[in-house]
Design a protein around this ligand. Structure first.
Ligand SMILES: NC(=O)c1ccc[n+]([C@@H]2O[C@H](COP(=O)([O-])OP(=O)(O)OC[C@H]3O[C@@H](n4cnc5c(N)ncnc54)[C@H](O)[C@@H]3O)[C@@H](O)[C@H]2O)c1
Length: 243
């Protein structure tokens, strides 16, 4: 398969979970991949995938880190066609237990991190007249779910940011879309009690949590030229949970 042949992608938060699945699929589809994360284990993931895949340690809330990631990507691969803003933090608490520091940290990583990423790749994508940005939001940004106040607020924000960016970047040839996963089996949901996860799974019409690879397929489609007329879209992938 070569849906992404010749393309260069930056995928954040790719040391595990969905980001890692995206990095593996993108590489299999012919892309050169820069996978980034705050966790060093991304190095081993990049080595395991092999080929034109490199790991860069990267805190998405740092503007200086973004400048370095873009510079190294351009130096190594000469272009940037795809950005997947996948990294996120998740410390689920109701509002009355949410500290200002936690609220600000969620916004720094999940919302500002995505903005900094879009700003950082704009110039090279504009120069190429072509680009695809995929922001990983959540069904937590489509419903009023109690108990994850700061996280949910960032995902509502990311949806708005995606729409505004799609409107602003469209004439530069840059498409910006959002994917909104439901319950996906990664380290993120391992933070919940096993019985809570089992209960949630029963609420999903297709009767199970999703797998990272199922989200990666959607992201790869949006990144590819097959999605050339999709801009500002929000794709929900939740097994029907929010029907
Ligand atoms: N798992 C789910 O049920 C679910 C549901 C809806 C949306 N999502 C979203 O999917 C995306 C991927 O999450 P996942 O499920 O693979 O979870 P995950 O915890 O496996 O992956 C998140 C990654 O982001 C990295 N990260 C955290 N802070 C960072 C920072 N400041 N800079 C760079 N990297 C950082 C983590 O180290 C981790 O590798 C996230 O945006 C998440 O909000 C997940």
């Amino acid at each position: 398969m070569d849906r992404l042949a010749g393309k260069v992608a930056i995928i954040t938060g790719a040391a595990g979970g969905q980001g890692e699945a995206e990095a593996r699929l993108f590489a299999a589809e012919g892309a050169c991949v820069v996978l980034t994360d705050v966790q060093d284990k991304g190095e081993g993931v990049a080595r395991d995938i092999g080929g034109n895949v490199v790991f860069l340690k990267h805190d998405v809330s740092s503007e200086a880190d973004w400048a370095r990631v873009v510079a190294v990507t351009l130096e190594r691969f000469g272009r940037i066609d795809i950005l997947v803003n996948n990294a996120a933090m998740y410390d689920p608490k109701p509002m009355m237990e949410t500290s200002l520091a936690s609220f600000q940290q969620h916004f720094a990583v999940n919302a500002a991190g995505a903005m900094l990423g879009m700003q950082a790749v704009f110039a090279p994508m504009q120069a190429a007249g072509n680009g695809s940005i995929i922001n990983i939001a959540s069904i937590s940004g489509t419903r009023k779910i109690p108990g994850q106040f700061a996280y949910a607020a960032t995902k509502w924000a990311l949806r708005g940011m995606t729409g505004c960016a799609a409107a602003e970047f469209g004439r530069a040839g840059i498409r910006v879309n959002a994917v909104m996963p439901g319950m996906i089996r990664t380290d993120m949901i391992a933070k919940h009690a096993a019985e809570d996860n089992a209960r949630f799974e029963q609420m999903v019409p297709i009767g199970r949590a999703g797998e990272s690879g199922e989200i990666a397929e959607i992201v790869a489609f949006l990144a590819s030229d097959a999605a050339s007329y999709i801009n500002g879209a929000e794709i929900v992938a939740d097994g029907g949970l929010t029907l």
